[in-house]
Design a protein around this ligand. Structure first.
Ligand SMILES: [Zn+2]
Length: 292
C-alpha cells in the first residue's frame, strides 16, 4: 500500500474513487443537522449522507424544494428528529413516492411537553440531552444494519465507539457545570429549545419566544421576561445561531444582563459547532462563562 501512494496519480485516483457516491452501500438523506452528524458517525465510509437541512437553516420554518424531494426519493433511508419538528413530513412522503424508508430518531425518546399557543405540544428539541442522543444513536445503528446487513458489524462497532464518546462528553459537561452554583442555573434564551438540557442539569428556562421560532414575542411577554431577569438576578441572556437577536438585545439593554453569546439551539454550526460533540461543548462553555 505504501508504495502505491508514492505515485501522485495513484493518490489522485484513490481520492476520486474514495469520494465517489456510487461506492457507498447505503444512501441516507437527513432532515436535521443533528441526524446528519449521527449518520456520519454510525455509517463511516459505508454511508453517503445527504444533509437536506444545512447548518443555519431554521428547521421550524423549513419547506422542502422539488430538489429536496428528489434527494429523499433517491435515498434508502431518511432520518428525521420527529416530535412534530417536520410539519411537512406527510406531504414530503407523498411527493417522494413512498420508496424511501423514514427513520424517526426521536420516536422512542420520552417527550417533554410544552405550551404553544395555549396548546400542549411535544418539545421537539430532544438532542440537548446526551442520554437522548445515545438512544437515537442506537436506533440509527439498528436501522443501518437492517437496511444494509452486509455491513452490520461495522455499524455495530461505530455505535459502540460513538456511545463511548457520548459518555465522555457527558462527563465533561458535568465537570464543567460544577463551576456553576445551582442558584445561577437560570437561562433566558430567544426560543424555548433547551428544555431537555434544563431537565438533565437542573436549569430553569425563561424563553423569550415559545417552542417554535414562528411567532414574535408580544410586548407583554417581553415585559414579563424583563421582570424575571431583574427579580432573579439573571446574569446573562443568550442568542441563538438562527434567531433574530433583536428582542434579546432589547431585553439585555433594559435589564443590564449581559448578552452571553450565541447558543446552537435548532441544529449544528457550519464550522465551529459542526459536530454534536462540539456543539454541546460550545453551548455548555457559553452558558457557564455567561452565568458564573
Ligand atoms: Zn427550535
Amino acid at each position: 500500500m505504501k508504495r502505491l501512494f508514492r505515485n501522485p496519480l495513484a493518490v489522485l485516483f484513490a481520492i476520486l474513487v474514495g469520494t465517489s457516491s456510487t461506492r457507498a452501500d447505503l444512501h441516507v438523506a437527513s432532515l436535521s443537522t443533528v441526524t446528519t452528524d449521527l449518520a456520519k458517525q454510525i455509517g463511516g465510509n459505508h454511508v453517503m449522507v445527504n444533509g437536506i437541512i444545512k447548518p443555519g437553516i431554521d428547521p421550524h420554518e423549513f419547506e422542502p424544494t422539488p430538489g429536496d424531494v428528489r434527494k429523499v426519493a433517491d435515498a434508502n433511508l431518511v432520518l428525521l428528529t420527529g416530535k412534530g419538528m417536520e410539519g411537512y413530513l406527510t406531504k414530503l412522503e407523498e411527493a417522494a413516492g413512498g420508496s424511501a424508508k423514514f427513520v424517526n430518531t426521536g420516536k422512542d425518546i420520552s417527550s417533554l411537553t410544552m405550551t404553544e399557543r395555549e396548546k400542549k405540544v411535544e418539545d421537539p428539541h430532544w438532542w440537548h440531552s446526551v442520554e437522548n442522543m445515545k438512544e437515537a444513536a442506537r436506533m440509527v445503528a439498528q436501522s443501518f444494519a437492517k437496511a444494509d446487513p452486509s455491513n452490520a458489524a461495522s455499524y455495530d462497532k461505530n455505535e459502540s465507539a460513538y456511545l463511548s464518546k457520548l459518555d465522555e462528553l457527558e462527563r465533561w459537561i458535568r465537570v464543567k457545570l460544577a463551576e456553576l452554583p445551582h442558584d445561577r442555573r437560570k437561562l433566558v434564551t430567544s426560543h424555548d429549545a433547551l428544555g431537555y438540557f434544563a431537565r438533565d442539569y437542573g436549569f430553569t428556562i425563561y424563553p423569550v419566544k415559545g417552542v417554535s421560532t414562528a411567532e414574535d414575542p408580544s410586548s407583554q411577554h417581553v415585559k414579563e421576561i424583563i421582570g424575571v431577569i431583574k427579580e432573579r438576578g439573571v446574569k446573562a441572556i443568550f442568542f441563538e445561531n438562527i434567531e433574530n437577536p433583536r428582542a434579546v438585545q432589547q431585553i439585555a439593554d433594559e435589564t443590564g444582563a449581559k448578552a452571553g453569546g450565541s447558543l446552537y439551539s435548532d441544529g449544528l454550526g457550519e464550522t465551529e459547532g459542526n459536530t454534536y460533540d462540539s456543539m454541546m461543548r460550545h453551548n455548555v462553555s457559553a452558558i457557564v462563562e455567561g452565568l458564573k
